[in-house]
Design a protein around this ligand. Sequence first.
Ligand code: KIV
Length: 272
Amino acid sequence: MHNTTSAPVSSCAQDFLQAKLEHRKLSMVTCYDHTFARLLSRTAIDGILVGDSAAMVMHGHPSTLSASTDLMRLHTEAVSRGAAGKFVVADMPFLSFRKGVAAALDTAQLLMNAGAHAVKLEGVDGHEDVIERMAGSGIPVMGHLGLQPQSVHTYGGFRVQGRSDHHAEEILRQSKRLEELGAFALVLECIPTLLAEKITSSLRIPTIGIGAGAQCDGQILVLQDLLGMNPDFQPKFVRAFWDGARSILDAVGSFDEAVKSGEFPAAKETYK
Ligand code: KIV
C-alpha cells in the first residue's frame, strides 16, 4: 500500500514541464550539506542540486572529477535529510554513466536511495542508452550541455562553449536528442545567450541556465557563489546576493574579540 500523503515535495519533474508551459521561471541552487538544506527548505526555490561541484566547493579539489559515488551519496543523504518538501537532484559523478547501463543504474539507484528525486548527467553522445533506460525506469533525468565541467581537460579550462556556428549546431542537436530520450529538463552552462534562447525555444522541456542568459526557462547558481562566500571567485555570470564572506569574517571577528576581552560568555550565557 502506498501512502500518497507522505513526504510531500513542492516540485517534481512534471512540475518542471508544467512551469515551462505556463511561462513560470524555475529557480534552483546547489546544496551539499544539511544546515543549508534546512534553510533552503524554507524558501520558494523549485529545486536543489547536489552538484558534483561539491568536490570543489566543499573539498577544495581543482575540478569535479574527484567527486566519487561515495562522496555524492554522503552529500545527497545530508541534503535530503534537511530539504523537507524540496525536489532534490543529484549529479551522476564522473564516468559513472559511461560504464554501461547496469553500472549507471546502480549509481542512480544509490543516489535515489540516498534521497534524490532525480539525477543529472553531462552530455548525451555515447550514453544515449543509459539516458533512455533511466528515463524509462522512473528515474527523472536532467541533462547538462554547454560547458560540461567533467570534460574540463578536453577544453583545457572552464571555457564558454558553442561560440562557433558548428559547435552551436552540435549543442542544439544534442539538446533535442536529450529531449527525445526522455530528459525532463536541461542545464545549459556557459553558452552564448542567443544559442541558449534558440535551444530554449526549440524544446518542450525547460532549460535551466548558468551563464547562459536570461532567456532560459530557469536559473541555477552555486549557493556559496550567490551568498558571496568566495570573493576570489567572481565569474561574469555570478551575482552575489549577499556579502557572505564579509558577514562571516565580521561575526567570527566579533566572537574572537569578545572571548579575548572576557566579555563572552556573559552571566546569562552560563549555567548556575
Ligand atoms: O555541479 C554543479 O554545481 C552543477 C551546476 C553548475 C549546474 O552542475
